[in-house]
Write a protein that binds this ligand. Structure first.
Ligand SMILES: *Cc1c(COP(=O)(O)O)cnc(C)c1O
Length: 398
Protein backbone atom coordinates (compact mmCIF):
# COMPACT_ATOMS: atom_id res chain seq x y z
CA UNK A 1 0.00 0.00 0.00
CA UNK A 2 2.71 2.48 0.98
CA UNK A 3 4.81 1.41 -2.01
CA UNK A 4 1.97 2.42 -4.28
CA UNK A 5 1.85 5.82 -2.61
CA UNK A 6 5.55 6.52 -3.17
CA UNK A 7 5.34 5.26 -6.75
CA UNK A 8 2.43 7.62 -7.25
CA UNK A 9 4.59 10.54 -6.07
CA UNK A 10 7.42 9.47 -8.40
CA UNK A 11 5.00 9.50 -11.31
CA UNK A 12 3.71 12.95 -10.31
CA UNK A 13 7.27 14.27 -10.21
CA UNK A 14 8.10 12.70 -13.56
CA UNK A 15 5.00 14.40 -14.96
CA UNK A 16 6.14 17.79 -13.68
CA UNK A 17 9.56 17.24 -15.28
CA UNK A 18 8.10 16.12 -18.61
CA UNK A 19 5.84 19.17 -18.74
CA UNK A 20 8.96 21.33 -18.33
CA UNK A 21 7.55 22.77 -15.10
CA UNK A 22 10.10 21.39 -12.67
CA UNK A 23 11.59 24.12 -10.49
CA UNK A 24 15.23 23.89 -9.51
CA UNK A 25 16.88 26.07 -6.90
CA UNK A 26 20.21 27.73 -7.48
CA UNK A 27 22.66 27.69 -4.61
CA UNK A 28 23.77 31.14 -3.54
CA UNK A 29 26.86 31.34 -1.33
CA UNK A 30 26.83 35.07 -0.59
CA UNK A 31 24.44 37.51 1.07
CA UNK A 32 21.60 38.87 -1.06
CA UNK A 33 22.63 42.01 -2.94
CA UNK A 34 23.12 43.82 -6.23
CA UNK A 35 25.38 40.92 -7.09
CA UNK A 36 25.34 37.40 -5.72
CA UNK A 37 27.94 34.65 -5.80
CA UNK A 38 26.69 31.19 -6.59
CA UNK A 39 28.00 28.13 -4.79
CA UNK A 40 29.95 27.27 -7.97
CA UNK A 41 31.81 30.61 -7.69
CA UNK A 42 30.01 32.53 -10.45
CA UNK A 43 29.36 36.19 -9.66
CA UNK A 44 26.06 37.48 -11.07
CA UNK A 45 24.22 40.77 -11.30
CA UNK A 46 20.97 40.03 -9.52
CA UNK A 47 17.80 41.11 -11.30
CA UNK A 48 15.38 38.71 -9.65
CA UNK A 49 15.17 39.49 -5.94
CA UNK A 50 12.37 41.38 -4.17
CA UNK A 51 15.18 43.41 -2.60
CA UNK A 52 13.62 46.62 -3.93
CA UNK A 53 15.38 48.98 -1.52
CA UNK A 54 18.65 47.06 -1.26
CA UNK A 55 18.08 46.54 2.46
CA UNK A 56 18.55 42.75 2.59
CA UNK A 57 22.20 43.14 3.57
CA UNK A 58 22.27 46.81 4.59
CA UNK A 59 24.90 47.26 7.35
CA UNK A 60 22.56 49.26 9.64
CA UNK A 61 19.85 46.63 9.30
CA UNK A 62 22.26 43.76 9.96
CA UNK A 63 23.64 45.62 13.00
CA UNK A 64 20.11 46.25 14.35
CA UNK A 65 19.44 42.50 14.05
CA UNK A 66 22.66 41.79 16.02
CA UNK A 67 21.67 44.34 18.64
CA UNK A 68 18.20 42.78 19.10
CA UNK A 69 19.83 39.35 19.39
CA UNK A 70 22.01 40.69 22.20
CA UNK A 71 19.23 42.52 24.05
CA UNK A 72 16.22 40.26 23.38
CA UNK A 73 17.65 36.83 22.66
CA UNK A 74 17.34 34.44 19.75
CA UNK A 75 13.72 33.35 20.05
CA UNK A 76 10.66 33.40 22.28
CA UNK A 77 9.63 29.75 22.06
CA UNK A 78 6.04 30.85 22.31
CA UNK A 79 3.05 32.17 20.46
CA UNK A 80 2.28 35.82 21.16
CA UNK A 81 -0.52 35.36 23.69
CA UNK A 82 1.30 32.94 25.99
CA UNK A 83 4.76 34.47 26.44
CA UNK A 84 5.83 35.64 23.01
CA UNK A 85 5.24 39.41 23.07
CA UNK A 86 8.21 41.64 23.79
CA UNK A 87 8.36 45.45 23.90
CA UNK A 88 10.02 45.24 20.46
CA UNK A 89 6.98 43.52 18.92
CA UNK A 90 4.64 46.24 20.19
CA UNK A 91 7.06 48.92 19.00
CA UNK A 92 7.22 47.46 15.50
CA UNK A 93 3.43 47.14 15.31
CA UNK A 94 3.03 50.80 16.28
CA UNK A 95 5.71 51.86 13.81
CA UNK A 96 4.08 49.97 10.93
CA UNK A 97 0.73 51.60 11.76
CA UNK A 98 2.38 55.03 11.71
CA UNK A 99 4.13 54.27 8.42
CA UNK A 100 0.97 53.04 6.69
CA UNK A 101 -1.43 55.56 8.21
CA UNK A 102 -3.56 53.02 10.08
CA UNK A 103 -4.66 52.59 13.72
CA UNK A 104 -3.11 49.28 14.65
CA UNK A 105 -1.09 46.36 13.27
CA UNK A 106 -0.70 42.66 14.05
CA UNK A 107 2.46 40.72 13.12
CA UNK A 108 2.47 37.26 11.54
CA UNK A 109 5.24 34.81 10.71
CA UNK A 110 4.65 35.61 7.02
CA UNK A 111 2.34 37.62 4.79
CA UNK A 112 1.07 34.25 3.59
CA UNK A 113 -0.25 33.76 7.13
CA UNK A 114 -1.57 37.32 7.36
CA UNK A 115 -3.73 36.67 4.28
CA UNK A 116 -4.47 33.09 5.29
CA UNK A 117 -5.79 34.20 8.67
CA UNK A 118 -7.61 37.36 7.60
CA UNK A 119 -10.97 36.44 6.13
CA UNK A 120 -12.25 33.62 8.31
CA UNK A 121 -12.42 35.65 11.55
CA UNK A 122 -13.94 38.73 9.89
CA UNK A 123 -16.53 37.41 7.41
CA UNK A 124 -19.35 34.87 7.84
CA UNK A 125 -21.92 33.11 5.61
CA UNK A 126 -24.08 36.20 5.32
CA UNK A 127 -21.14 38.28 4.01
CA UNK A 128 -19.43 38.61 0.62
CA UNK A 129 -15.83 38.83 -0.50
CA UNK A 130 -14.90 40.13 -3.95
CA UNK A 131 -11.44 39.29 -5.29
CA UNK A 132 -9.38 40.25 -8.36
CA UNK A 133 -8.87 37.07 -10.42
CA UNK A 134 -5.07 37.51 -10.34
CA UNK A 135 -4.79 37.93 -6.57
CA UNK A 136 -1.89 36.19 -4.82
CA UNK A 137 -2.23 32.52 -3.85
CA UNK A 138 -2.32 33.40 -0.14
CA UNK A 139 -5.39 35.61 -0.66
CA UNK A 140 -7.09 32.84 -2.62
CA UNK A 141 -6.33 30.35 0.15
CA UNK A 142 -7.46 32.78 2.87
CA UNK A 143 -10.76 33.35 1.10
CA UNK A 144 -11.24 29.59 0.69
CA UNK A 145 -11.06 29.23 4.47
CA UNK A 146 -13.95 31.60 5.10
CA UNK A 147 -17.65 30.97 4.55
CA UNK A 148 -18.55 34.26 2.89
CA UNK A 149 -20.04 34.25 -0.62
CA UNK A 150 -17.24 34.61 -3.17
CA UNK A 151 -17.15 36.81 -6.26
CA UNK A 152 -14.25 37.21 -8.66
CA UNK A 153 -13.75 40.09 -11.07
CA UNK A 154 -11.66 40.20 -14.23
CA UNK A 155 -8.18 41.45 -13.50
CA UNK A 156 -8.08 45.20 -12.95
CA UNK A 157 -11.50 45.58 -14.62
CA UNK A 158 -13.57 48.20 -12.82
CA UNK A 159 -16.78 47.47 -14.74
CA UNK A 160 -16.54 43.82 -13.76
CA UNK A 161 -15.80 44.78 -10.15
CA UNK A 162 -19.00 46.83 -10.17
CA UNK A 163 -20.91 43.81 -11.52
CA UNK A 164 -19.66 41.83 -8.51
CA UNK A 165 -20.66 44.61 -6.11
CA UNK A 166 -24.14 44.57 -7.63
CA UNK A 167 -24.33 40.78 -7.35
CA UNK A 168 -23.23 40.91 -3.71
CA UNK A 169 -25.92 43.51 -3.07
CA UNK A 170 -28.53 41.40 -4.89
CA UNK A 171 -27.48 38.45 -2.71
CA UNK A 172 -28.27 40.66 0.30
CA UNK A 173 -24.77 40.37 1.72
CA UNK A 174 -24.52 41.87 5.20
CA UNK A 175 -20.92 43.07 4.76
CA UNK A 176 -18.95 43.10 1.53
CA UNK A 177 -15.18 43.26 1.32
CA UNK A 178 -13.23 43.89 -1.89
CA UNK A 179 -9.68 42.57 -1.75
CA UNK A 180 -6.86 43.19 -4.24
CA UNK A 181 -3.11 43.07 -4.60
CA UNK A 182 -1.78 46.65 -4.51
CA UNK A 183 0.73 45.61 -7.17
CA UNK A 184 0.46 42.39 -9.21
CA UNK A 185 3.75 40.60 -9.33
CA UNK A 186 3.75 39.12 -12.85
CA UNK A 187 3.06 42.33 -14.80
CA UNK A 188 3.88 45.02 -12.23
CA UNK A 189 0.32 46.32 -12.67
CA UNK A 190 -0.61 48.90 -10.03
CA UNK A 191 -4.18 48.48 -8.77
CA UNK A 192 -6.49 51.44 -9.38
CA UNK A 193 -7.11 51.94 -5.69
CA UNK A 194 -8.66 55.38 -6.19
CA UNK A 195 -11.33 53.93 -8.47
CA UNK A 196 -11.78 50.83 -6.34
CA UNK A 197 -12.20 52.98 -3.23
CA UNK A 198 -14.85 55.11 -4.99
CA UNK A 199 -16.77 51.99 -6.05
CA UNK A 200 -16.51 50.53 -2.54
CA UNK A 201 -17.87 53.79 -1.09
CA UNK A 202 -20.72 53.77 -3.60
CA UNK A 203 -21.71 50.24 -2.56
CA UNK A 204 -20.84 50.48 1.11
CA UNK A 205 -18.04 47.89 0.82
CA UNK A 206 -14.83 47.49 2.78
CA UNK A 207 -11.51 47.59 0.90
CA UNK A 208 -8.50 45.43 1.67
CA UNK A 209 -5.14 45.58 -0.13
CA UNK A 210 -2.10 43.28 -0.13
CA UNK A 211 0.92 45.57 -0.27
CA UNK A 212 3.73 43.01 -0.52
CA UNK A 213 5.14 44.52 -3.75
CA UNK A 214 4.53 48.12 -2.67
CA UNK A 215 5.26 48.84 1.02
CA UNK A 216 8.45 50.86 1.37
CA UNK A 217 8.68 52.37 -2.10
CA UNK A 218 5.39 53.08 -3.88
CA UNK A 219 4.25 56.68 -3.46
CA UNK A 220 6.41 59.73 -2.86
CA UNK A 221 7.18 58.72 0.74
CA UNK A 222 7.22 55.02 -0.03
CA UNK A 223 4.14 54.27 2.04
CA UNK A 224 2.51 52.14 -0.61
CA UNK A 225 -0.03 51.91 -3.39
CA UNK A 226 -2.55 53.91 -1.34
CA UNK A 227 -0.13 56.83 -1.30
CA UNK A 228 0.67 56.37 -5.00
CA UNK A 229 -3.04 56.43 -5.89
CA UNK A 230 -4.04 59.28 -3.58
CA UNK A 231 -6.02 57.20 -1.08
CA UNK A 232 -3.57 57.17 1.84
CA UNK A 233 -5.52 56.68 5.07
CA UNK A 234 -8.55 55.39 3.17
CA UNK A 235 -7.92 51.66 3.03
CA UNK A 236 -9.75 49.50 5.56
CA UNK A 237 -7.23 46.66 5.71
CA UNK A 238 -3.62 46.45 4.53
CA UNK A 239 -1.61 43.23 4.56
CA UNK A 240 2.09 43.18 3.80
CA UNK A 241 5.44 41.46 4.20
CA UNK A 242 8.72 42.20 5.93
CA UNK A 243 10.29 39.76 3.47
CA UNK A 244 10.56 41.97 0.39
CA UNK A 245 11.42 45.70 0.35
CA UNK A 246 11.26 46.08 4.15
CA UNK A 247 14.46 44.16 4.86
CA UNK A 248 13.80 40.88 3.14
CA UNK A 249 14.06 38.46 6.07
CA UNK A 250 10.57 37.18 6.82
CA UNK A 251 7.43 38.13 8.63
CA UNK A 252 4.15 39.72 7.66
CA UNK A 253 1.44 41.93 9.04
CA UNK A 254 -2.15 43.07 8.86
CA UNK A 255 -2.90 46.71 9.55
CA UNK A 256 -6.17 48.61 9.90
CA UNK A 257 -8.81 49.82 12.33
CA UNK A 258 -8.15 48.82 15.94
CA UNK A 259 -11.25 46.63 16.27
CA UNK A 260 -10.16 44.60 13.21
CA UNK A 261 -6.71 44.02 14.66
CA UNK A 262 -8.13 43.27 18.11
CA UNK A 263 -10.44 40.60 16.70
CA UNK A 264 -7.60 39.07 14.66
CA UNK A 265 -5.54 38.76 17.86
CA UNK A 266 -8.47 36.83 19.37
CA UNK A 267 -9.44 34.64 16.42
CA UNK A 268 -6.87 34.53 13.61
CA UNK A 269 -5.55 31.00 13.54
CA UNK A 270 -2.05 31.55 12.04
CA UNK A 271 -1.51 34.15 14.80
CA UNK A 272 -2.89 32.05 17.64
CA UNK A 273 -1.22 28.79 16.68
CA UNK A 274 2.17 29.82 15.28
CA UNK A 275 5.33 31.14 16.88
CA UNK A 276 6.10 34.81 17.37
CA UNK A 277 8.42 36.62 14.93
CA UNK A 278 12.07 36.36 16.07
CA UNK A 279 13.40 39.41 17.98
CA UNK A 280 16.31 39.94 15.55
CA UNK A 281 13.87 40.33 12.65
CA UNK A 282 11.66 42.64 14.68
CA UNK A 283 14.59 44.84 15.76
CA UNK A 284 15.93 45.01 12.21
CA UNK A 285 12.47 45.87 10.84
CA UNK A 286 12.23 48.83 13.24
CA UNK A 287 15.59 50.01 11.87
CA UNK A 288 14.24 49.68 8.32
CA UNK A 289 11.36 52.01 9.20
CA UNK A 290 13.82 54.44 10.85
CA UNK A 291 15.76 54.56 7.58
CA UNK A 292 12.70 54.97 5.36
CA UNK A 293 11.08 57.65 7.53
CA UNK A 294 14.32 59.62 7.76
CA UNK A 295 14.94 59.77 4.01
CA UNK A 296 13.31 58.84 0.72
CA UNK A 297 16.75 58.41 -0.90
CA UNK A 298 16.37 54.65 -1.41
CA UNK A 299 12.91 54.72 -2.99
CA UNK A 300 14.07 57.70 -5.09
CA UNK A 301 17.09 55.74 -6.34
CA UNK A 302 14.84 52.78 -7.09
CA UNK A 303 12.61 55.07 -9.15
CA UNK A 304 15.61 56.42 -11.10
CA UNK A 305 16.93 52.88 -11.71
CA UNK A 306 13.51 51.73 -12.86
CA UNK A 307 13.10 54.61 -15.29
CA UNK A 308 16.62 54.07 -16.68
CA UNK A 309 16.26 50.31 -17.12
CA UNK A 310 12.78 50.47 -18.67
CA UNK A 311 14.04 52.98 -21.24
CA UNK A 312 17.37 51.26 -21.91
CA UNK A 313 15.97 47.77 -22.40
CA UNK A 314 13.39 49.09 -24.88
CA UNK A 315 16.09 51.09 -26.62
CA UNK A 316 17.97 47.79 -26.97
CA UNK A 317 14.98 46.45 -28.88
CA UNK A 318 13.09 44.43 -26.27
CA UNK A 319 9.40 44.68 -25.59
CA UNK A 320 8.37 45.19 -21.99
CA UNK A 321 5.07 45.43 -20.17
CA UNK A 322 4.48 49.17 -19.98
CA UNK A 323 4.28 50.83 -16.58
CA UNK A 324 6.33 52.43 -13.84
CA UNK A 325 6.82 49.64 -11.30
CA UNK A 326 10.32 48.20 -10.58
CA UNK A 327 8.97 44.86 -11.78
CA UNK A 328 9.98 45.00 -15.46
CA UNK A 329 8.66 42.02 -17.44
CA UNK A 330 10.65 41.53 -20.65
CA UNK A 331 8.33 39.77 -23.07
CA UNK A 332 9.59 36.75 -24.99
CA UNK A 333 6.19 35.00 -25.42
CA UNK A 334 7.66 31.56 -26.19
CA UNK A 335 8.37 29.47 -23.07
CA UNK A 336 11.35 27.56 -24.48
CA UNK A 337 12.91 30.77 -25.76
CA UNK A 338 12.45 32.44 -22.36
CA UNK A 339 14.32 29.55 -20.75
CA UNK A 340 17.13 29.79 -23.32
CA UNK A 341 17.42 33.52 -22.81
CA UNK A 342 17.59 33.13 -19.05
CA UNK A 343 20.27 30.41 -19.38
CA UNK A 344 22.39 32.52 -21.75
CA UNK A 345 22.07 35.56 -19.45
CA UNK A 346 23.37 33.46 -16.62
CA UNK A 347 26.46 32.61 -18.70
CA UNK A 348 26.88 36.31 -19.36
CA UNK A 349 26.75 37.11 -15.63
CA UNK A 350 23.14 38.21 -15.24
CA UNK A 351 20.68 36.44 -12.96
CA UNK A 352 17.14 36.82 -14.34
CA UNK A 353 14.50 34.15 -14.36
CA UNK A 354 12.04 33.10 -17.06
CA UNK A 355 8.34 32.81 -16.20
CA UNK A 356 5.96 30.76 -18.29
CA UNK A 357 2.71 28.83 -18.06
CA UNK A 358 1.16 28.15 -15.55
CA UNK A 359 2.66 31.12 -13.68
CA UNK A 360 1.63 33.41 -16.55
CA UNK A 361 -0.90 32.68 -19.35
CA UNK A 362 0.16 30.40 -22.27
CA UNK A 363 2.11 32.30 -24.93
CA UNK A 364 3.00 35.08 -22.49
CA UNK A 365 6.43 33.82 -21.38
CA UNK A 366 8.79 36.47 -20.15
CA UNK A 367 11.91 37.26 -18.19
CA UNK A 368 10.73 39.05 -15.10
CA UNK A 369 13.37 41.52 -13.95
CA UNK A 370 13.12 43.53 -10.76
CA UNK A 371 14.96 46.73 -10.04
CA UNK A 372 16.63 47.50 -6.73
CA UNK A 373 18.08 50.57 -5.05
CA UNK A 374 21.09 48.33 -4.42
CA UNK A 375 21.90 48.31 -8.14
CA UNK A 376 24.17 51.01 -9.56
CA UNK A 377 24.16 52.37 -13.07
CA UNK A 378 27.14 50.21 -14.10
CA UNK A 379 25.24 47.06 -13.08
CA UNK A 380 22.28 48.10 -15.19
CA UNK A 381 24.44 49.01 -18.19
CA UNK A 382 26.14 45.63 -18.01
CA UNK A 383 22.79 43.88 -17.69
CA UNK A 384 21.33 45.68 -20.71
CA UNK A 385 24.44 44.80 -22.75
CA UNK A 386 24.04 41.13 -21.78
CA UNK A 387 20.36 41.18 -22.75
CA UNK A 388 21.31 42.73 -26.07
CA UNK A 389 23.96 40.11 -26.79
CA UNK A 390 21.80 37.16 -25.73
CA UNK A 391 18.76 38.55 -27.54
CA UNK A 392 20.73 38.92 -30.75
CA UNK A 393 22.28 35.44 -30.52
CA UNK A 394 18.87 33.88 -29.96
CA UNK A 395 17.20 35.83 -32.76
CA UNK A 396 14.85 37.71 -30.42
CA UNK A 397 16.38 40.98 -31.57
CA UNK A 398 16.61 41.56 -35.30
C1 LIG B 1 5.32 37.54 -1.50
C2 LIG B 1 3.86 37.76 -1.36
C3 LIG B 1 3.15 37.21 -0.28
C4 LIG B 1 3.79 36.30 0.72
O1 LIG B 1 4.69 37.00 1.53
P1 LIG B 1 5.54 36.19 2.63
O2 LIG B 1 5.77 37.18 3.72
O3 LIG B 1 6.78 35.76 1.94
O4 LIG B 1 4.70 35.05 3.06
C5 LIG B 1 1.81 37.51 -0.16
N1 LIG B 1 1.18 38.30 -1.08
C6 LIG B 1 1.83 38.82 -2.13
C7 LIG B 1 1.10 39.68 -3.11
C8 LIG B 1 3.19 38.55 -2.31
O5 LIG B 1 3.83 39.04 -3.38
Amino acid sequence: MTTAFYEHLQAELAGIREAGLYKTERLIASPQGATVRLADGRELINLCANNYLGLSSHPDVVEAAHEALRTHGYGLSSVRFICGTQDLHKQLEARISGFLGTEDTILYAAAFDANGGLFEPLLQEQDAVISDELNHASIIDGIRLCKAKRFRYKHNDMADLERCLQEARAAAARFTMVFTDGVFSMDGTIAQLDKIRALCDQYGALLGVDECHASGFMGKRGRGTHEERGVFGKIDIITGTLGKALGGASGGFTSGRKEVIELLRQRSRPYLFSNTVAPSIVGASIKVLDLLEASTALRDKLEVNTRYFRAAIQEAGFEIKPGTHPIVPIMVYDAALAQKLSARLLELGVYAVGFFFPVVPKGQARIRTQMSAGLDRHHLEKAVAAFKQAGTELGILK
